[in-house]
Design a protein around this ligand. Structure first.
Ligand SMILES: O=c1ccn([C@@H]2O[C@H](COP(=O)(O)OP(=O)(O)O[C@H]3OC[C@@H](O)[C@H](O)[C@H]3O)[C@@H](O)[C@H]2O)c(=O)[nH]1
Ligand SMILES: [Mg+2]
Length: 614
């Protein structure tokens, strides 16, 4: 029980004092924390004992959650908020004293000797990795009503992002376990960070689909909590406009993943199990797993503590720039500078043109695709010091130049890629640059905004995201020796895109280039209007001439030769307007749908050797 002396703090807040009788000792402690941190306004409108008592208890339940889900609790949140709001008010540059330069890192080029070597090394390492998907965001820019991981990655097979991610991890797991020197079998852990906005729908998607073939014990959902909103520069917490017994909350950002992993106890378990790597990735990059094996190989070869995946970046593109920041006092770090900060930073440090392309036609700063590979041992050590807290920022929209009032409440935010900011100078922080066509095609923008993207910059839309899958698969097969016809240009939802043959395959068919090459032989050609979906593991493309649509599915014990001349009317593409609400949302945001006129579809459910020929 709180002592009488302690209770004196309440005498200046009669509305709270008169209600102490309904509160538990723990709740009284929380009330004290609030008062000590300048939050007495929260109780101003409280009614007397006996009125709304349930709501008052619910208020303290929320306070308890806000307090326990933030490293250092609410007191620490409010203290940091005051500091950051004061910095923001005087316009302090977060990079004060640092000058930016272009860092050097690993450059991989698809299909060459080094790339193939890195991919093979990556597969060996995969069983020592845990995968972490951050999927707590609502995707406000996309404006899609469902959860983003449920969107089809491509609509030829309709496979959603989450299914593709899981099947990719399982394919890596199997390939990696085969190479294990001690023949032990490991299940790669898969963590999904959710939020109140995405949690139940993510869980439902997994359960309805039997976890897409993964063991349910292999998958862990960690839900991030929102943080309290702030009303003014004194970091007074904002009350929910609809309920005076509730604090208004907003998302804290993907940086929460570190404190959640820390408090989950999983890092400990993973170290004990002999794991070495934690790979973080985002919700809608359908090309990501093309880049994973090689970049994991780079991490292992270079013994990087931190490896960020990057692609060449167009100036002003909404992806962060990987930058070397050198301080006047000699310190330096390689870190993501977020896309809204890069231009002001450059202008403030002697680059009057800001964020512009150089002679290569790209920004000199590699673009961060927010796929991070962290070395588990050093990661756990660091989190033990920080408890997973990540450097935060605040971005208030002020009412006027006095910067005293906000247009709407703000909150602290954090980003997972800011993790290296607290690392000692001895940490090995690197990055790996790959081709855009191979590694990055996120689905973030709604059709209207995508159509307004400056010419030459990527759209990051559902349209471009799907087209990128076909382009990447076509280019990979081209490099494996298949004559895939050149694409045609088409305008879909106001965006000019290259339409390549609609080629898709399951991850187990080919995760790395050397495996794919083994599955392709002879003289093969695929016309631009063709569709090819390979769903079986042991399907061998041999002397194939395809002009139409073919779908092959087979069990692992069936060896299938896909060859000969296949010609049919195939699947045509029909344009759809994104405003046409008679078409399902996940289709109309792409601007097209398939008319499945004719196809050759074969399924092999018995062991043996077969061939698909027309
Ligand atoms: O609170 C949050 C916010 C976001 N997220 C997740 O974090 C991921 C990234 O979110 P967004 O797509 O909004 O991120 P942004 O597009 O603003 O920028 C991000 O991706 C591109 C990179 O270049 C940027 O550096 C990176 O911050 C998504 O998977 C999203 O679901 C959370 O899990 N929780
Ligand atoms: Mg965002």
């Amino acid at each position: 029980m709180a002592s009488t002396v302690d209770l004196n703090v309440f005498s200046s807040v009669p509305a709270l004092q008169s209600n102490l009788g309904v509160l538990s000792p723990d709740q009284i402690e929380l009330a004290k924390i609030l008062l000590e941190n300048g939050q007495s306004h929260l109780f101003q409108q409280w009614l007397g004992l006996g009125v709304d008592d349930k709501e008052k208890l619910a208020f303290f339940e929320q306070i308890a959650l806000l307090n326990s889900s933030y490293p250092g609790g609410l007191a620490s949140y409010i203290k940091t908020a005051k500091e950051l709001l004061a910095d923001s008010k005087v316009g302090k540059n977060p990079y004060d004293g640092f000058s930016p330069s272009v860092p050097s890192g690993e450059n991989l080029s698809f299909g060459d000797e080094n790339f193939i070597k890195m991919e093979k090394r990556g597969v060996v390492e995969a069983r020592n990795a845990a995968f972490v998907l951050v999927a707590g965001g609502l995707g406000e820019r996309l404006g899609y009503n469902g959860i983003k991981v449920a969107l089809p990655r491509e609509t030829t097979t309709g496979t959603c992002f989450l299914q593709h991610y899981i099947e990719s991890i399982l394919a890596l797991q199997e390939a990696s376990n085969k190479l294990a020197s001690d023949e032990s079998q490991r299940d790669i852990p898969f963590i999904i960070m959710t939020s109140d906005d995405t949690h139940s729908r993510t869980l439902e998607l997994l359960e309805l689909n039997s976890y897409f073939g993964m063991k349910s014990t292999q998958v862990h959902l960690l839900k991030q909590e929102k943080v309290a909103c702030l009303d003014d520069n004194d970091a007074r917490l904002a009350l929910d406009p609809k309920n005076k017994y509730r604090i208004q909350t907003k998302p804290h950002g993907h940086g929460d993943v570190h404190s959640l992993l820390y408090s989950s106890g999983l890092l400990h378990k993973w170290l004990d199990a002999g794991l070495k790597w934690v790979l973080f990735f985002q919700d809608t990059n359908g090309l990501l797993f093309n880049a994973i094996p090689a970049s994991l190989g780079v991490s292992a070869t270079k013994q990087y503590h931190v490896n960020s995946l990057a692609v060449p970046r167009k100036a002003k593109e909404a992806i962060g720039g990987i930058t070397k920041l050198t301080h006047a006092d000699g310190r330096s770090m390689v870190i993501n500078v977020e896309y809204n900060q890069l231009d002001p930073l450059l202008r403030a440090t002697g680059f009057p043109d800001g964020d512009v392309n150089c002679e290569t036609g790209f920004s000199p700063f590699p673009g961060n695709i927010n796929q991070l590979i962290l070395e588990l041992g050093s990661y756990k050590e660091e989190l033990q010091k920080t408890e997973g807290a990540i450097k935060e920022f605040v971005n208030p929209k002020y009412k006027d130049s006095t910067k005293t009032a906000f247009k709407s409440s703000t909150r602290l935010e954090c980003m997972m890629q800011d993790y290296p900011k607290t690392l000692p100078p001895t940490a090995r922080v690197g990055f790996t640059v790959m081709d855009i066509w191979l590694a990055y095609a996120p689905v973030k923008n709604n059709p209207e905004d995508a159509a307004k993207v400056p010419k030459g910059n990527p759209y990051h839309s559902a349209t471009s995201g799907e087209m990128a899958i076909y382009r990447a698969n076509s280019l990979i097969l081209q490099k494996a020796g298949v004559k895939v016809e050149e694409p045609v240009k088409q305008v879909l939802n106001g965006q000019e895109v290259e339409v390549w043959s609609r080629i898709t395959w399951k991850p187990k068919w080919g995760m790395i280039f050397s495996d794919i090459k083994k599955k392709v032989s002879g003289n093969c050609e695929v016309s631009q209007r063709s569709t090819m979906a390979i769903k079986g593991r042991n399907v061998f493309i041999e002397d194939l001439s395809l002009d139409g649509a073919v779908i092959v599915d087979s069990i692992d014990d069936a060896e299938v030769k896909l060859g000969g001349s296949i010609k049919n009317n195939g699947w045509t593409m029909e344009t759809v307007d994104y405003k046409d609400t008679s078409v399902p949302e996940e289709i109309r945001i792409r601007g097209f749908r398939f008319n499945k006129v004719e196809q050759l579809e074969k399924k092999f459910t018995q062991p043996g050797k077969f061939s698909v020929e027309d």
